[in-house]
Design a protein around this ligand. Structure first.
Ligand code: UT7
Length: 324
């Protein structure tokens, strides 16, 4: 019997502070109209001074455990997708492990920028399918506000902060595609495109974290085509039609990219979870934040089929097919 990883429960955390487009008009030369038209973002959450990627990850993890009716004692691994760790080392994952009192076991961060959650989910899924872990906390958490240049209007209006988490649990799947769990994951990177979206520094070059630099128009173009390719590959790999997908849960970078993927799949926007208008681009946190929102408000129901996809710096991109 094949082992699969089911999503036992979800949780998320958003900082209290809301920054609207009107607030940003006071920071850089921009307008609500430009931001809404080009990206679909109306407001975003910005972490308070004491809040870090780690503190947000811990809160999201606690909520995911609660939703799963589990405690720290039930968890044997922690994987955090982040590009904005509290410190260069140790990882955010060990902070979560230590603060929640999870017993020694695997704990590490995955860095694939906005595709980070899909990479982390795939990594955890493989550990579970190999029988090396039973329950893994998979978290996407970012404090992007700490690495944007607040004088650069081309990036600071887009990125934001937050965290989302899922608990994956090993289960036997007797029902193939009809069974719950992660059915496939598809990961890609094209390192030749790493200068399209990068930071201006890092520990081994400038000695600081640097700021986000993005060639937006180029990234947009690749985002649209890579998303279309990887969702098509995911459907073909599982021999299913787009009409069998109940929910598209995409990375939330830009409403126009999301709409383009939905259109390629001939999916109505009613079947797409959209948070970009209120969350902005929270990088690796955006998918688990969107997932948790739609689970908690009752849109996503047990046994529905989810198509998850993301694209980000690297360039990296990926998708996952999951029966919830
Ligand atoms: O999450 C990881 C992956 N990231 C993405 O997927 C982001 C992909 N890219 C995008 O979403 C879009 O390219 C942006 C939202 C970043 C930009 O939209 P765009 O339609 O591609 O605009 P653009 O970069 O071509 O800029 C158009 C104009 C420029 O002026 P000129 O050169 O036409 O005179 C910019 O200088 O808009 C100007 N501009 C702004 N104006 C007002 C750029 N940023 C702003 C701003 N406010 N914040």
């Amino acid at each position: 019997m094949a082992l699969t990883s089911i999503i036992k429960g979800t949780g998320s955390y958003l900082p209290e502070k809301i920054m609207t487009n009107a607030d940003l008009e006071k920071v850089v030369d921009t307008s609500d109209e430009w931001i809404v038209q080009r990206s679909g973002i109306k407001e975003r959450r910005i972490a308070a001074d004491g809040e870090t990627t780690g503190t947000m990850a811990i809160e999201a993890a606690k909520r995911a455990l609660e939703a799963s009716n589990l405690t720290a004692a039930d968890i044997d691994g922690v994987i955090v997708a982040t590009t904005t760790p509290d410190r260069t080392f140790p990882s955010v994952a060990v902070k979560v492990q230590g603060e929640l009192g999870i017993a020694p076991g695997l704990a590490f961060d995955v860095q694939a920028v906005c595709t980070g959650f899909v990479y982390a989910l795939a990594t955890a899924d493989n550990f579970i399918k190999m029988g090396q872990a039973k329950r893994i906390l998979v978290i996407g958490a970012e404090k992007m506000s700490s690495i944007v240049d607040w004088n650069d209007r081309t990036t600071c209006v887009l990125f934001a902060d937050g965290a989302g988490a899922v608990v994956l649990e090993a289960q036997e799947n007797k029902n193939g595609l009809d069974g719950q769990g992660i059915h496939s994951t598809h990961l890609y990177a094209n390192g030749k495109q790493r200068e399209l979206l990068q930071t201006s520094g890092g520990p081994a070059t400038t000695g600081d974290a640097g700021h986000v630099l993005m060639q937006g128009r180029e990234v947009f173009k690749y985002a649209v085509s890579y998303m279309a390719d990887v969702v098509e590959e995911t459907l073909q790999h599982n021999s299913i039609e787009a009409s069998q997908i109940d929910w598209l849960v995409p990375h939330q970078a830009n409403i126009r990219i999301i709409e383009s993927t939905a259109k390629k799949l001939d999916m109505s926007m009613d079947k797409v979870v959209v948070t970009v208008d209120r969350h902005g681009n929270t990088s690796a946190a955006s998918i688990p934040l969107a997932l948790d929102e739609a689970v908690k408000d009752g849109r996503i129901q047990r046994n529905q089929m989810l198509l998850i996809e993301a694209m980000g710096g690297g360039l990296t991109w990926g998708a996952a097919l999951v029966r919830f």
